[in-house]
Design a protein around this ligand. Structure first.
Ligand code: ZN
Length: 280
């Protein structure tokens, strides 16, 4: 925390910040950011303020800059059909609603269906309350369930799956593999780690074919990864089915307004997230 504040203040000194801009709030909204990420945020914010002919960099620019660094710049000019907009709205609503419904998920900050960056047609932003160093199995499962909420919502409403979930599925697969192979979180395989062959490139010597575990274990790993992902998928599915009305409300609002912050989403669906981790 100290390091981050230090880096942030060095850059802020070079530009004039609005007196209402609060470094503490910016720090809160950027847990996990490296010094370089924060430098990017500040530079982007300064550019945005200059482009808007503002004499000061306000929280509005800092907020926008944070999202640019996370998801890329907005591409409002990209034309999307109503049909696709509907799919994206349900996809993001699936993520957002699960982020609210799952107590151990990171708090929902914002959901948007304005295209950003190279590929993102929409995005759901969750921000942890603080920098985290340990993550529990339950939290990992919760995170995977939120990731799968997009695909589940598409299939529920449109009876069709789209390519839009590719990144979500990558994240889920990666997390599940790590749980099994690195964190010893699979009951079946037990508290041991299994190194992936791809990581064994050492000093240019290709020993990727060297097996550190048997074919049988390799199959067990695959089936455990699969069953963790399936478990989260089914959880996402049953939660969204049970809350179909809220999902519809949220998707409708998102289609109309395109961007909603966490508080607005809570109001629309009528959920106050109950058991957020204490910030201490
Ligand atoms: Zn998604």
């Amino acid at each position: 925390m100290k390091g981050r504040e230090g880096i942030l203040s060095v850059h802020v000194k070079k530009i004039v910040m609005d007196k209402n801009a609060d470094i503490k709030i910016i720090a809160q909204k950027t847990p996990g950011f490296s010094g370089a990420d924060l430098a990017n945020v500040v530079n982007e914010a300064a550019l945005l303020a200059a482009r808007r002919d503002k004499a000061f960099v306000t929280m509005e620019e800092f907020e926008e800059a944070t999202e640019r660094v996370i998801a890329g710049p907005e591409r409002k000019s990209r034309v999307i059909s109503d049909y696709e907009k509907g799919i994206v709205a349900y996809h993001e609503s699936g993520h957002a609603l699960l982020a609210l419904l799952i107590p151990e998920a990171d708090p929902l900050h914002k959901v948007s269906i304005i295209p950003r960056g190279g590929q993102a047609l929409g995005y759901t932003l969750q921000l942890p309350l603080e920098d985290r160093y340990l993550t529990t199995k339950k939290e990992l499962m919760g995170r995977m369930t939120v990731f799968l909420g997009g695909r589940v919502a598409e299939e529920m409403i449109y009876h069709e799956s789209t390519t839009g979930a590719q990144n979500d599925l990558e994240m889920v697969t990666q997390a599940a593999r790590k749980m099994v192979c690195e964190f010893g979180m699979s009951k079946k395989l037990g508290p041991i780690t299994f190194r992936e062959p791809a990581e064994h490139l050492f000093l240019g010597r290709d020993i990727t074919r060297e097996k550190h575990y048997s074919e049988k274990i390799a199959l067990d790993i695959d089936s455990e990864v699969r069953s963790l992902a399936d478990e989260c998928y089914h959880r996402a599915e049953s939660m969204l089915k049970d809350n179909r009305e809220k999902l519809d409300k949220l998707a409708e609002a998102l289609k109309k307004r395109e961007v909603l912050d966490g508080e607005e989403v809570k109001k629309i669906v009528g959920i106050e997230k109950s058991s957020q981790p204490e910030n201490n």
